[in-house]
Design a protein. Sequence first.
Length: 259
Amino acid sequence: MKLKRLTKMYTSVRKFYKPAASFLLLLVLIAGFLVAKENYRNADFGNGFHAKAAEAMKHLDQLNNSFIPCSKVCNSNPVFMKSLVFPEVMRFHQLKDDVETESLRTLYVQFGKEYADFSVGLFQMKPSFAEQMEIKAKTLLPAAVYHELQLGYNTTDTETIRRERIERLQDTDWQLIYLTAFVAICNKLFQTKKFDNELHQLQWYATVYNAGFDRSEAYMEKKIQQEALYLQQNMPHKKFRYAALAGWLYQTHSNIYIR
């Protein structure tokens, strides 16, 4: 209720005071979000893990008719793609983003990702992630693939693009398109890297999805070794680990050889 009152106050404040009100609202929202995020990070996934996993898979399976054509565009397979976002779908059940999205979208549209960059939708994608996929897809992917993804905009107005980007992210079909772009971009960037097996590749992509493209190879390998250890120790009974959760789903839903 307090967040709703703050949001209402923000929308009615005079134009002269909007920057100050924006910062005040942003600080309140971020503080609440960080507390919830910290509680989530410390949660024990062993308690009710399989029920949460089953619910997440239910949501993903409902999108099978969309995953199949998307997997063909990025030369992947549906299970691989589902595994990449599986931890986010579980997270979506923990952190409801409706209030956060509606409260922060105005800040993002007006001032950009530096003022408001927040997780949206089933796959918990941030505006900065979507923007990054739009840029990388245009510069790295074949023209035919980029055209099929249709990530461009029919305007050059910054605020209009931001508004349309948020609207895209609130649509699951568009999140699938951004996920398809992500996998295709990873395939291009890491085409010369020799992965030990499909699980290694999946965990590499999952780490990039979670931590970003700017991590060093040493960081990536160390992180993946840690995630593999959680898998070996029956990871679902440990605390949240992104690539380990992705690997758990891929192992249990794919007939793959794990060295």
